[in-house]
Design a protein around this ligand. Structure first.
Ligand code: FAD
Length: 354
C-alpha cells in the first residue's frame, strides 16, 4: 500500500459529547468498585483511564504479585482482583474509554460538569468520581535524540485505534506485556511489523511470547535483538530507524514507532482542577468523600483525610459512602432506601440474579 493513500495518523481522533450520570476517572480497583456501588443506586457511569486496560496499579505494577489483605480473599493476584472486579460490575455495563486522559474539567451553567480527554472526547456528567490513584501513568520516553518532534505524529506510546496502523511499517520497541500484546494485535493489519528488544528474553506473559515466536517463524513478524539508535524522517514523519545489533547497524523502514519502555506515575492534570489539595492529594470529608467542589468525589489513593490508609479495602469502603452521597446529586429529592444485596429483590434484579 502506498503511504499517500493512508489517512493522517491523527485523523481518526474523535470529537463527541457523551452525556452520563457519572464519570469515573481511573479504572484502578477503586474506580472499578465505584461502578458497582453507583450501579446499585441506578447511577450509570463512563470510566476513563490513560492505560489501555483496567486494574490501575494492580494490573500495571504487580499483576502476578499476591495480595493478602483483601477481605474474604486469603490470596489474590493483582490481575485476578482486576478480573473479578470486572466480572462483578458487568451487570451495570459501564462504558470504558481506555488510552485516554482526562485533562480538563469545568462546571456548566446547569450545574453539571464538562470533562475533556486528550483524545477530544467530551463528557457532560452530573457527578465526577476521581479515582486517579497515584496520578497519571506517564510513558517513559526512550533516550533518542529528536524523538519529541515525532511524538503524536509517528511515535506513539499507546494505540487508540488499531485502524490507524493498517498498511504501515510498524516498529514496536520493548519486551513487556504491552509490546508483545500490540505485536500480536497489529501483525495482521500492518504492512510490516518489526519487534525490537535489547535481549532475546521477554518479561511478557509466556503464552504471548510463544505466539510472537510463532509469527516470527512464519515471517509475519521480524524480531531484531538490539537497540534503536537513530530516528530518520522529516516534519515529524518517520521513514526509517537504525537499530544497533550484534551483527552491526540495520536500517528498518518505519512510519509508526511504538516504544513501550514502562510507565512512571505523576500527579498530572488533577493538580489543575482547582480542588483543595493536601500534599498533592484531594482533601475529602469522611462522610461523603467529596472534594471542596460539590459533586466531585475522590476515592482511593488520590484522596486524603486524617488517618487515610492507602489500601484497596479503604477505597472500597469510600466507594460505598461516596455512592450514597452521589445519589443525592443525581436524584435530588429522591429518598434512598438502605438495602442489603442478600435480601433486596430490587438490588438482585439490577444484578441480574433474580
Ligand atoms: P490506581 O490503582 O492507582 O488506579 C488509578 C488509575 O487512574 C490508573 O490506572 C491511572 O492511569 C488512572 N488515571 C490517573 N489520572 C487519570 C486521568 N487524568 N485520566 C484518566 N485516567 C487517569 N494495597 C493493598 O491493599 N494491599 C496490598 O497488598 C498492596 N500491595 C501493593 C504492592 C505494590 C507493589 C504497589 C505499588 C501497591 C500495592 N498496594 C496494595 C496499593 C494498591 O495497589 C493501591 O492502594 C490501589 O491500587 C489504589 O487503587 P486506586 O483505584 O485508587 O488507584
Amino acid at each position: 500500500m502506498n503511504m499517500t493513500s493512508l489517512p493522517a495518523l491523527d485523523a481518526l481522533e474523535k470529537t463527541e459529547l457523551i452525556e452520563t450520570d457519572a464519570v469515573v476517572i481511573g479504572a484502578g480497583p477503586c474506580g472499578l468498585f465505584a461502578v458497582f456501588e453507583l450501579g446499585l443506586l441506578d447511577i450509570k457511569a463512563h470510566v476513563i483511564d490513560i492505560l489501555d486496560r483496567p486494574g490501575g496499579q494492580c494490573a500495571e505494577l504487580y499483576p502476578e504479585k499476591p495480595i493478602y489483605d483483601v477481605p474474604a480473599l486469603p490470596v489474590v493476584s493483582g490481575q485476578e482482583l482486576t478480573d473479578r472486579l470486572m466480572e462483578q460490575i458487568k451487570p451495570f455495563a459501564p462504558v470504558f474509554h481506555f488510552s485516554e486522559r482526562i485533562d480538563a474539567l469545568s462546571r456548566t451553567g446547569d450545574g453539571r460538569f464538562r470533562l475533556t480527554s486528550d483524545a477530544g472526547t467530551e463528557f457532560l456528567a452530573k457527578v465526577i468520581v476521581v479515582a486517579a490513584g497515584g496520578g497519571s501513568f506517564t510513558p517513559k520516553r526512550p533516550p533518542l535524540e529528536g524523538i519529541e518532534a515525532y511524538e503524536g505524529k509517528s511515535v506513539f506510546y499507546s494505540v487508540r485505534k488499531m485502524e490507524t496502523m493498517r498498511g504501515r511499517d510498524v516498529v514496536i520497541v520493548g519486551g513487556g506485556d504491552s509490546a508483545l500484546d500490540w505485536t500480536l494485535n497489529l501483525a495482521p493489519i500492518a504492512k510490516s511489523l518489526t519487534l525490537v528488544h535489547r535481549r532475546d528474553e521477554f518479561r511478557a506473559a509466556p503464552h504471548s511470547v510463544e505466539k510472537m515466536r510463532k509469527l516470527v517463524a512464519e515471517a509475519s513478524v521480524r524480531l531484531l535483538i538490539g537497540q534503536v539508535t537513530t530516528l530518520e524522517g522529516e516534519a515529524g514523519q518517520l521513514s526509517s530507524l537504525v537499530v544497533k545489533t550484534a551483527g552491526g547497524p540495520e536500517r528498518v523502514p518505519c512510519n509508526a514507532m511504538l516504544p513501550f519502555f514502562g510507565l512512571t506515575m505523576k500527579l498530572g492534570p488533577v493538580a489543575d482542577w482547582g480542588l483543595n489539595l493536601h500534599e498533592n492529594l484531594i482533601h475529602v470529608d469522611t462522610e461523603r468523600f467529596e472534594s471542596s467542589e460539590k459533586g466531585i468525589f475522590a476515592i482511593g489513593d488520590i484522596n486524603w483525610y486524617p488517618g487515610k490508609l492507602k489500601l484497596i479495602l479503604s477505597g472500597f469502603h469510600e466507594a460505598a459512602l461516596m455512592a450514597q452521597a452521589a445519589h443525592k446529586v443525581v436524584y435530588p429529592g429522591k429518598k434512598l432506601l438502605f438495602q442489603y444485596t442478600t435480601s433486596s429483590s430490587s438490588l438482585q434484579k439490577k444484578l441480574g440474579v433474580k
